[in-house]
Design a protein around this ligand. Structure first.
Ligand SMILES: Cc1ncc(COP(=O)(O)O)c(C=O)c1O
Length: 441
């Protein structure tokens, strides 16, 4: 009789992602008090687009609901073509659809890249919370690369050169992750900065995983450069519907394969897709064609949503910087910034808050109720008191409609817009002020 199911020990090396756990806890608490909580949380933890699914996407999904057949593992040809056109239009990438793979979200596509590439992975830290657990699950070797505030949390070509030289003894291939715009710091690389990094990668035969999921949420979108333009032979480029088109639950993303050896990579990728999940939901793929093709409504949607992200990001980053002892990055894209609490280390320790994870737990608890992602989840060392602040806890549809009807025309109106549309996060700032006062006592 089986009394104890033995689980592969690799499963114990990962835990439920902190942002999902906290996000779910807050959603349940809000549900329980029917949206009228006396003592609500400020949800700076969960990074989901607050906006509605674009109408044309939702309508297209309904229209295609009867497409119940299995599809090609790599994605339907119409969608792969549409993704190729989309990349040409937005990023000036001349990529044939034969190099494009559709997958169930970029998270899964990234997992596939990690699983098929031999060698080790370099993760710049602080990092998006998703890469590290995937590598643990796969039992893959990885190397953290510390990003520093004095360099705007960007990879420095000279440092990278030394770093890769030191890894040469491994005699294996390396894959460097570049997430641009960056989650959690909100920083965006210029074309020149990326070109220098690419030169170093070329010199060391290092591949790049270019996670560009926030590309079209770059506030000054003209400033975004895709690595597909600079390193076509060595970069895997991932992007999808989750962030700029607010359809995370649709689970649809794309990966552009490096031009070097793309046929072999394509066959390997499709083989894995067919083995693991067969294909991305067929109706979803047909619906997605609608929002990859030229579409004025989507262009307007992208413009409005990125403007609202910018206003929220700049306002809250400024408010965090006003807190005594806190230094926050000013985001240039996406919907996160990074807050550094290290100047408060002594005061935190005096109150028994001994590491960054404990800071997150303390702020989540009564009376502060402020949720943010801290510590291990961002791959920070325990004595590094940093936090990722997501600024998306508001009713996106309402904010969108208000913006469309009456876009703010001055800095004053922008501040008023934020205050009127994001009350929960405004309360969160008050809670943080109370926390800083408590540390002073
Ligand atoms: C930096 C980054 N990469 C990838 C993803 C995964 O996105 P999805 O799997 O929804 O496409 C996310 C989602 O939070 C992210 O922030």
């Amino acid at each position: 009789m089986i009394v104890d199911i033995k689980i592969d020990p690799r499963i114990d090396t990962i835990s439920m992602p902190e942002n999902l756990k906290v996000g779910l806890m807050i959603a349940n608490a809000r549900k329980a008090c029917n949206g009228k909580c006396d003592d609500d949380f400020a949800g700076f933890a969960f990074g989901q687009s607050p906006f509605h699914v674009p109408e044309s996407l939702a309508n297209a999904l309904a229209r295609n609901a009867n497409k119940g057949h299995y599809s090609e593992a790599e994605g339907i040809p119409e969608l792969r073509e549409a993704v190729a056109d989309f990349n040409k239009r937005h990023f000036r990438l001349n990529v044939d659809s034969s190099r494009i793979i559709i997958g169930p979200g970029t998270k899964d596509l990234i997992f596939t890249v990690f699983s098929m590439i031999s060698g080790s992975v370099i993760i710049p830290t602080p990092s998006w919370i998703g890469y590290y657990p995937q590598l643990k699950l796969l039992g893959k070797q990885y190397h953290p690369y510390k990003l520093r505030s004095k360099y705007d949390f960007k990879i420095q070509p000279d440092e990278l050169d030394d770093y890769l030289a030191k890894l040469a003894h491994e005699k294996t291939q390396h894959l460097l992750i570049i997430n641009n715009p960056h989650n959690p710091t909100g920083q965006v690389y210029s074309k020149e900065e990326l070109s220098e990094v690419v030169k170093v990668c070329r010199r060391h035969d290092t591949l790049i995983l270019a996670d560009e999921i926030y590309a079209l949420s770059t506030y000054n979108v003209e400033n975004f450069t895709s690595l597909g333009l600079l390193y076509p032979e060595g970069a895997f480029i991932t992007n999808g519907l989750s962030k700029d088109r607010s359809a995370g639950g649709y689970r649809l993303g794309s990966c552009i394969l490096p031009s070097c050896d793309s046929e072999k990579l394509f066959n390997d990728f499709s083989k894995i897709a067919a083995t693991v999940y067969t294909n991305v939901s067929t109706p979803t793929q047909y619906a997605a064609v609608e929002v990859y093709r030229t579409n004025e409504k989507i262009d307007e949607y992208l413009k409005i949503t990125r403007e609202i992200h910018r206003m929220m990001g700049w306002y809250f980053s400024k408010e965090f910087n006003k807190l005594e002892g806190v230094v926050a990055t000013k985001p240039k894209g996406g919907f996160y910034f990074y807050a550094d609490f290290n100047q408060l280390k002594e005061k935190l320790n005096k109150k028994g808050i001994m590491n960054s994870n404990e800071l997150g737990q303390f702020l989540l608890s009564h009376p502060y109720h402020v949720a943010m992602v801290t510590g291990d989840t961002l791959m920070l060392s325990p004595d590094d008191y940093g936090a990722r602040i997501a600024f998306v806890d508001y009713n996106g549809k309402e904010a969108f409609e208000r913006y469309k009807a009456n876009p703010p025309k001055s800095e004053y109106e922008e501040i008023e817009f934020v205050k009127n549309n994001a009350p929960m996060m405004i309360n969160g700032i008050d809670s943080l002020k109370a926390f800083i006062e408590f540390l002073e006592k």
